[in-house]
Every structure is written in structure tokens, then in C-alpha cells.
Design a protein around this ligand. Structure first.
Ligand code: PD2
Ligand code: ZN
Length: 284
């Protein structure tokens, strides 16, 4: 039985669910560099519901990742956002994660939602093979992006977030806004581009690997919708104006397998978030 990375396993399951033919999937795997026999065996196994062992070299074993000192300007339990302070209410060392209160005011949350509402589209994820954005069941939300410093409000938020995350504004991608209705979720995934995936190269070419994420909650959620880190049993409940920060690429370029995370299904009400991803180098 061939060994496959987590990303390839997800890709196989999603494509089977979408009704792709076995032949087209084998062909895609072969053009990504797999041996034809191995590709056929993998597609055949997944199509009859068999588990394929995970390839350890692609999902690095826990313990190898070296945690840098916190690259965040913590002053006691607070971080300076330039135009206000955020409070650290939870800190996790492995993976490096912080829960922050007071990142956005209620008015700012409402204003961002109002601006995003008119341009929502079904969310996409990066196809591990081609690197193209595609709609998959893995991610059932609607979303939109704001260009860096798109308007005065967004520029103020980009600047505050960069200060909180301790990185240049230009290393950040444009803010992404997501809305999940009841049942909406984002199944566990990594925010970094898996280095072994053929589709990652074109994303890493601009600005390098993703280093850290800040998920800001723009709304309270009546029930469900937590951000979860399943490998370490961490659950962060959404609260309007608060955020969860996590870091998964260290100064040596290693990636942290414990940063696996997801958005649990919303069970009541709706969930709005704003996400900032930061790269190793200037991105925009
Ligand atoms: O909605 C979330 O809580 C969530 C969970 C995991 C968002 C993201 N990842 C993301 O935007 O990357
Ligand atoms: Zn994520």
C-alpha cells in the first residue's frame, strides 16, 4: 500500500465524493509525479473506503519542530496595537497560540460585516495538485477579500493587526472575511502550503511560506462554531472583537504539525470571522 500525505488523502476523498472518475484521478496523480501503480492502488483503496498509511516525511513527526521565542511584543498580559491594547487571555506553547480580547470594537466588527456583505462568494481552498482555488465540501462558508489598505478602515485594521502580529504590513495577505451559516464549517487543515504538494510552489513563490494566522471573530455565535486544534485538544469559542493567533513556521522554515486546526460546525446563529495570514517576506 503506498503512503500518502494528509493533503493527498483529503484530495482523493473529496474528488471521489464529487464524482471524479478513477481514471482521471490516477492521471492527475501520475502527472504530479506518482508512480502509475501506486496511484491506481491509492485511488482503488480510497474508493472502497480503505485507509492508507500517512507519509511521515510530509506530516513531520511531533517533536521535531523547534519553537522560537515568542515573536510577539507581550507587555505583561497586553499587546500594543498602536491605537489601542489587546489583552492576552489564553496562551498555548505547543502550538504557539494566543487568544486575544479587544482586537476590534463592536462598531468596527459591524462596519466590516456591512462592507463584506455585498460581495460574498462561496469559499475556496487551494487544490494540492494544481494550486488553483477550488470549491470543496471541506469548507462550507461564503467569503470575500479586501485588498491591503483597500480603504481607510481596512488600512487602520491592517496597521493594527501588523503591529499585534509584530510584522510589516506588506508581509500580510489582504484580509479575508468569512460567513458561516448553521452547519457551516471549515474542516481541520493547515494554513501553510504543504511543501510536498505540487500546487504549493506557485503560492510560496510570492512572499514565501505562511508563518502565522490571526482569526478575528466579528460576531458572537449562539451555538458551535469554535476554532479547534484537534491534536492538542484546544477549543476557542468565538466572541465578537476577540481573536486567536497561531504560528506554525519558525525562523528556520520548519512547519509545526500541531497547528492543525479547523472551524467546528455552527449549530445556531451565524459566525463571521476576518482572517489575516502573514508570509515570511513581503507579499504585497
Ligand atoms: O472559522 C474558523 O474558526 C477558522 C478555522 C480554521 C478559520 C480558519 N481556519 C482560516 O481562516 O484559516
Ligand atoms: Zn485555517
Amino acid at each position: 500500500m503506498p503512503e500518502l500525505s494528509r493533503e493527498w488523502q483529503i484530495w482523493l476523498k473529496d474528488n471521489l465524493q464529487r464524482g471524479c472518475s478513477v481514471a482521471s484521478m490516477v492521471e492527475a496523480m501520475v502527472s504530479a509525479g506518482f508512480d502509475a501503480q501506486q496511484a491506481s492502488a491509492a485511488v482503488a483503496a480510497v474508493s472502497v473506503g480503505k485507509d492508507i498509511p500517512l507519509k511521515e516525511s510530509i506530516r513531520p513527526p511531533v517533536g521535531e519542530y523547534i519553537y522560537d521565542d515568542w515573536p510577539i511584543a507581550l507587555l505583561g498580559n497586553r499587546i500594543d496595537g498602536g491605537d489601542g491594547w489587546a489583552t492576552v487571555v489564553m496562551r498555548c506553547e505547543k502550538p504557539q497560540a494566543l487568544v486575544l480580547d479587544g482586537v476590534l470594537s463592536d462598531n468596527e466588527c459591524d462596519e466590516v460585516i456591512a462592507r463584506a456583505k455585498t460581495k460574498l462568494r462561496r469559499s475556496t481552498t487551494v487544490d494540492p495538485l494544481s494550486g488553483e482555488e477550488s470549491v470543496i465540501a471541506q469548507r462550507s462558508s461564503e467569503g470575500t477579500f479586501f485588498a491591503l489598505r483597500e480603504d481607510d478602515l481596512i488600512a487602520r485594521l491592517d496597521a493594527r493587526i501588523a503591529r499585534l502580529m509584530c510584522c510589516p504590513v506588506e508581509n500580510g495577505e489582504g484580509l479575508q472575511i468569512l460567513r458561516y451559516g448553521v452547519g457551516g464549517e471549515y474542516r481541520p487543515h493547515f494554513d501553510y502550503f504543504p511543501p510536498a504538494d505540487p500546487g504549493s510552489a506557485k503560492h510560496i513563490a510570492q512572499g514565501g511560506q505562511r508563518v502565522a494566522t490571526l482569526v478575528i471573530y466579528l460576531s458572537d455565535v449562539d451555538q458551535g462554531g469554535a476554532t479547534i486544534f484537534p491534536d492538542v485538544g484546544l477549543t476557542v469559542n468565538p466572541r465578537k472583537g476577540s481573536a486567536v493567533y497561531f504560528r506554525y513556521t519558525n525562523s528556520q522554515g520548519q512547519i509545526d504539525p500541531l497547528s492543525l486546526h479547523g472551524g467546528a460546525p455552527v449549530e445556531g446563529g451565524e459566525k463571521w470571522i476576518m482572517t489575516k495570514w502573514v508570509r515570511q517576506r513581503r507579499y504585497s
